[in-house]
Design a protein around this ligand. Structure first.
Ligand code: ADP
Length: 665
């Protein structure tokens, strides 16, 4: 075992990480978090260990180094302070308070009559009614990452990109797919009698290991009963996890979704590793029920007699992820490769979530209406397999931001005591999230970009030299003197080039949203579906409008019978995806599914672009002959903002048309 806090071996001369086939590679140029851990550890151990990132800042009265008697940076002191409503922060309150003190922002713990810059919610977007500023939750995220919805979203991507999305265990949705699950497993066992799988059953919407159990055979599900009342996901159990100290552990990584459109993703350089408390053995009928061996949930293992509260980041039942990477690095593991695989997994998962999230978003914050902007910290639970491949277990919309734990002082007497590991990781994540969404920095950036635009008019080549970067750097220096460097690292759009080809379903979502019609809805009515078919020219002699109606009714009825959401009638997003795939298969029979779908998207976008062009001509005609009676033959849809954008962006439309023509055969 390595001494605590030992520096990691400098990473091996980084051979370009060999990615699994079909998986877009993230360059291995990143400093692995192990290095960050070492630096952090050095800071903790050094004389300056009470710096702003450390626990010493907790009291709030202490000054961060470099800030003598006032705000960091002379001019920054005169700026109005950023205001944060923390009245709904719930269990993240303590970590938020520390972060705000470090940033010297103004907290409103009981809310405020005037609008705040930022609203920090503990549970969901809807905790408050908000019409401006920023909220730390996206509408629909909680629904989106429920076990069933996440499995469906990833499965859609697995249909299109099976190799890229092989980081999620094979899953079935119960009770809808019970018989399919049984049949599929029987077939696989018949094919390979030596295959002895284990499955894990997880109730939908459950958390903290609640109601989870392992089974060896699909028929065991029936014995437990109650499935109809509680839908669940059943998953292939990963039997060979990587062990440290003979124990199974998982990784909780914090990911900031800073913006949905354009997509911006940041990953925290460090996370937490949560350990089981019984030595791991591969599942057998005898040990299947031993939760302390198979489930890594903190909330379960804390009840084990073997649980060790960590008093530093390298030991105990909850450690920093960077300390694990240090250990692995000392065993000769290529931790850069592990880290780059994790980044890929995170980006791909978010790409799977964004289409449906956009459907929720437009329904809560319709385009053109006043509303807040959103950002959100997500908790990714990842398991490393023995072969070091990361596997996604789940995504949490409300990862615990508690920085203390309960300790039993004497029988029955509990006290909350600080947890240094949690504090180290979580305060940095919250503080740096706030720094990234800082509204004043955004204002400054806007002013700078205006200035730059002006400069660029006269001297374009300056932009290439990167004055924008320099200006940003200078501003950061002014306003953030004394704060540690950001623990959140941008991965998207930084790696957009490698991953953009996966964003096919996003384009399907844009079509769905365009035809939703009534703002505030998430379901497509029969008229909207017909309009979609007509505008995209998908109906012909082989596919009549009567067949379109049958397709709509069939698919909508089936999805609505699954009990997803009965509040609204109409075709839900997943039903539309199924209908779209169905249409793609019909139209482009000979191609593989991914190409079928891509071709149909191109086809639809082309026809909509043509339509928008027509509207442009009509619209211009109307404007030019304002008082004349002009009849414009459109499809009955109003001139939507989407159409409008297209009108303004004629170059983009023209190139889309040209693209399509070039790809036609
Ligand atoms: P919960 O939301 O209840 O925590 P999870 O999906 O995170 O549900 O599962 C709980 C724990 O079960 C995980 O932390 C992990 O230790 C274990 N687990 C979950 N899925 C798998 C799997 N497919 N293979 C192996 N272990 C798993």
């Amino acid at each position: 075992m390595e001494p605590a806090g030992a520096l990691p071996r400098s990473s091996s001369p980084s051979p370009e990480a060999a990615e699994p086939p079909g998986s877009p590679a993230v360059p291995a140029e990143e400093p692995p978090p192990a290095a960050a851990a070492a630096a952090q550890e050095a800071r903790r151990r050094g004389p300056d260990r009470q710096g702003p990132a450390g626990r010493g800042a907790r009291g709030g009265g202490r000054r961060a180094p470099g800030r003598r008697g006032g705000e960091p940076g002379g001019r920054a002191a005169r700026r109005p302070r950023v205001t944060v409503d923390s009245s709904k922060a719930k269990t993240s309150l303590e970590a938020l308070k520390i972060s705000l003190r470090q940033l010297r922002w103004k907290e409103f713990p009981f809310g405020r009559r005037l609008p705040c810059d930022i609203y920090w919610h503990g549970v969901s977007f809807h905790d408050n009614d908000i019409f401006s500023g920023q909220v730390n939750k996206f509408p629909g995220m909680t629904e989106m990452v429920r076990k069933i919805t996440l499995s469906r979203a990833v499965r859609t991507m697995q249909y299109l990109f099976p190799l890229e999305y092989n980081f999620y265990p094979r899953s079935w949705i119960l009770p809808d797919e019970s018989s399919f699950f049984e049949k599929e497993i029987r077939m696989m066992k018949d094919r390979d009698p030596s295959w002895k799988p284990t499955f894990i059953v997880k109730p939908d919407g459950g958390c903290q290991g609640d109601g989870i159990y392992l089974i060896k055979d699909p028929s065991d599900i029936r014995l437990t009963g109650g499935l109809q009342s509680r839908p669940a996901v059943v998953q292939e159990y990963i039997c060979k996890p990587l062990l440290v100290d003979k124990l199974k552990f998982d990784i909780r990584l914090y990911v900031l979704l800073k913006s949905l459109d354009p997509l911006e993703i940041y990953i925290a350089k460090d996370g937490l590793s949560r350990f089981c408390t019984e030595p791991y053995q591969e599942p057998t009928l005898k040990n299947l029920h031993q939760v302390f061996m198979h489930l890594t949930n903190y909330s379960l293992n804390i009840h084990s007699g073997n649980f060790i509260h960590s008093d530093n980041v390298n030991t105990g039942s909850k450690r920093t992820f960077s300390s694990i990477l240090c250990r692995l690095s000392s065993r000769g593991v290529d931790v850069k490769k592990v880290w780059s695989d994790i980044i890929s997994l995170v980006i791909k998962t978010i790409i799977a979530l964004t289409p449906e999230l956009k459907v929720y978003y437009q329904s809560d914050i319709p385009a053109g209406k006043p509303g807040p902007t959103c950002f959100q910290i997500l908790g990714f639970d990842i398991l490393l397999m023995k072969n070091l491949k990361p596997m996604l277990l789940e995504v949490n919309a409300n990862p615990s931001m508690r920085i203390e734990h309960e300790q039993e002082l004497s029988p029955g007497v509990f006290e909350n005591v600080p947890s240094p590991v949690d504090e180290e990781v979580k305060v940095a994540v919250i503080r740096d999230t706030l720094r990234l969404v800082d509204p004043q920095k955004k204002k400054q950036k806007d002013i700078q970009s205006q200035t730059l635009e002006h400069v660029s008019d006269t001297k374009e080549e300056l932009l290439d030299a990167g004055p924008a970067d320099r200006l940003e750097h200078d501003t950061n220096k002014n306003t953030e003197a004394g704060l540690p460097s950001l623990c959140l690292k941008q991965v998207f759009p930084k790696y957009a080039k490698q991953f953009n080809y996966l964003r096919l379903v996003d384009r399907v979502a844009a079509l769905f949203i365009r035809f939703l019609g009534v703002k505030g809805t998430t379901k497509l009515g029969p008229t909207g579906f017909r309009t979609f078919i007509r505008n995209c020219k998908l109906s012909n002699s082989n596919f009549s409008m009567a067949s379109v109606d049958i397709l709509y009714i069939d698919i909508t009825r089936r999805w609505n019978s699954m009990g997803i959401d009965h509040k609204e009638s109409g075709m839900c997003w997943q039903a539309f995806v199924e209908a779209f795939f169905c249409l793609a298969q019909k139209k482009y029979k000979s191609l593989p599914l991914r190409e079928q779908v891509a071709s149909l998207i191109d086809f639809c976008e082309y026809h909509l672009a043509v339509l928008d062009e027509k509207r442009l001509v009509c619209g211009r005609g109307i404007a030019e002959r304002r008082n004349a009676l002009v009849t414009c033959q459109t499809d009955g849809l109003p001139l939507t903002p989407a159409a409008h954008t297209s009108l303004l962006n004629r170059v983009a439309t023209a190139s889309k048309l040209a693209d399509y023509r070039n790809h036609q055969y």
